[in-house]
Design a protein around this ligand. Structure first.
Ligand code: GDP
Ligand code: ZN
Length: 464
């Protein structure tokens, strides 16, 4: 039997691990309420079965084997289908310590639930039609949002902003297919030709809709994943000072990267809503000092992984061979050249810097005096939002999987145009359009394999 249709009851700790005021164990499935019935006794003696949907009830969690009170709790029951998974859900809100949560989770498992896999609640929400796949993915984007702008995009997609656009494009493609299939039933050449000409116009419209969606993909990805940024420059030029200034004033969040056993930490700086992910790998706390601490080879590698390089020069010293070798690391990468220590008397020749910077933006700053940092922020925002209307109410493609599917759909539409241009019969055009229609369906999960679904949800956190 397919795992997708399993109707067993799952349970997990849905709040973050560690100490907290409140922690939640969540159970979903046909046995959820019966389990709650066995482990919960309300103050008024009401049984879980009798508790109304969406009503919080206060009482004790009691181990039925020995009648030991494990914790006080509030139990919230959501009867199917008015729940996140569209199954019966029980939430047990207890004290947020690892031991009470673990004990209550164990109890639910003993009473017939099974441990939920990562993302399994949301997977059920998807499989039961409460969310489409793009919305389900947006759930994790909301949880992992790094800045207010990232959150806005994620919440927009969760509400179906992207899905609606993709569905409407998909509907148009389906309309074209129907039109062509009708023409196949009329074998007169002129009807076929007229239909093909009509469809070509429609394809162009749809392609331009796709193009405007895809135009959001780069910014969308950056808002979701962060702008991988590395600060480079010779020793003493002010890299650590710049990093510290950014972290002091703009620190967004620090997260452990899930699934890594090594101690990798990501730090995000919030620049006008853009999460700058300052590249930091295990062992190099002071990322800023990449070149001096890890050598040129590793620095090259970091530079090649970065979306943005901030290269520092010293206004108070002539351009040195070290500076030139750091400038050479840039090759064709996106970079801003920062001339630091502008508060000191000048020794640097601007013309020379500009020659080496190859048309890149060169900004004079003084980290010590806090000068030029607002201009730096503006420059970063300009790079990321270039050509974008901003983060208004538009749909955003913030996910590589979606961008890939949309690009491939676009390619299939281009195929259809070529097929029309070659004067091929309608059924050939239909083949291309069907391929585009399938690709579009991957975004919302209408046409996507179980393996991809599993892979997507395996990246979720436990309990979500
Ligand atoms: P790093 O080796 O590139 O990380 O450089 P640091 O950030 O450690 O800075 C080296 C020295 O330059 C420190 O003494 C800083 O206080 C000083 N410094 C950094 N930025 C400025 C600046 O804008 N003006 C002046 N005058 N000194 C600065
Ligand atoms: Zn340093």
């Amino acid at each position: 039997m397919s795992r997708l249709t399993s109707d067993d009851t799952i349970s997990a700790i849905s709040t973050a691990i560690g100490e907290g005021g409140i922690g939640i164990v969540r159970i979903s499935g046909s046995k959820a309420i019966a389990i709650a019935d066995e482990l919960f006794t309300s103050r008024s003696g009401k049984r879980a079965e009798a508790i109304l949907s969406h009503q919080a009830v206060y009482g004790n969690i009691i181990d039925p084997e020995n009648n030991e009170i494990i914790d006080e709790a509030i139990v919230l029951i959501m009867w199917a289908p008015r729940s996140y998974t569209r199954e019966d859900i029980v939430e047990i809100h207890c004290h947020g310590g690892p031991v009470p949560l673990r004990r209550i989770l164990d109890l639910t498992l003993r009473l017939g639930a099974r441990m939920a896999e990562p993302g399994e609640f949301t997977k059920r929400a998807f499989l039961n039609g409460r969310l489409d796949l793009a919305q389900a993915e947006a759930v994790m984007d909301v949880i992992r949002a790094k800045t207010d702008a990232s959150l806005k995009v994620a919440v927009g997609n969760l509400s179906g902003r992207l899905s609606e656009q993709v569905k409407s494009i998909r509907q148009s493609v389906l309309g074209m297919i129907a039109q062509l299939e009708a023409a196949i039933d009329f074998p007169e050449d002129d009807i076929e030709e007229a239909t093909a000409a009509d469809v070509a116009k429609l394809i162009n419209q749809v392609k331009s809709q796709l193009a405007s969606l895809l135009a959001t993909a780069q910014t969308g990805r950056i808002l979701r994943e962060g702008l991988a940024t590395v600060i480079i420059g010779k020793p003493n030029v002010g890299k650590s000072s710049l990093l510290n200034a950014l972290l002091r004033e703009k620190r967004a969040i620090v997260t452990d990267i899930p699934g890594t056993t090594r101690d990798i930490i990501e730090e995000y700086v919030n620049i006008r809503g853009i999460p700058l992910r300052i590249i930091d790998t295990a062992g190099i706390r002071d990322t800023a000092d990449v070149v001096e601490k890890i050598g040129v080879e590793k620095a090259k590698e970091l530079v090649s992984q970065a979306d943005l390089i901030l290269l520092l020069l010293d206004w108070s010293a002539p351009l040195s061979s070290e500076d030139r070798s750091v400038l050479e690391l840039l090759s064709d990468r996106r970079a801003i050249v920062l001339i630091n220590k502008s508060d000191l008397p000048p020794k640097l020749e601007l013309a020379e810097v500009e020659r080496y910077s190859e048309g890149r933006l060169v900004l004079k700053i003084s980290v010590a005096q806090g000068e030029g940092l607002a201009e730096l922020e503006q420059a970063i925002a300009d790079i990321v939002y270039s050509g974008q209307v901003g983060q208004g109410e538009a749909a955003f493609v913030n996910n590589l999987r979606h961008a890939d599917a949309l690009r491939q759909a676009n390619d299939r539409l281009a195929d259809a145009m070529a097929t029309i241009a070659a004067g091929m019969p309608p059924d050939c055009i239909v083949v291309d359009l069907r391929a585009a229609w399938e690709k579009l369906g991957e975004v919302t999960g209408d046409t996507v394999g179980e393996d991809i679904i599993d892979q997507i949800f395996s990246q979720f956190c436990i309990g979500k």
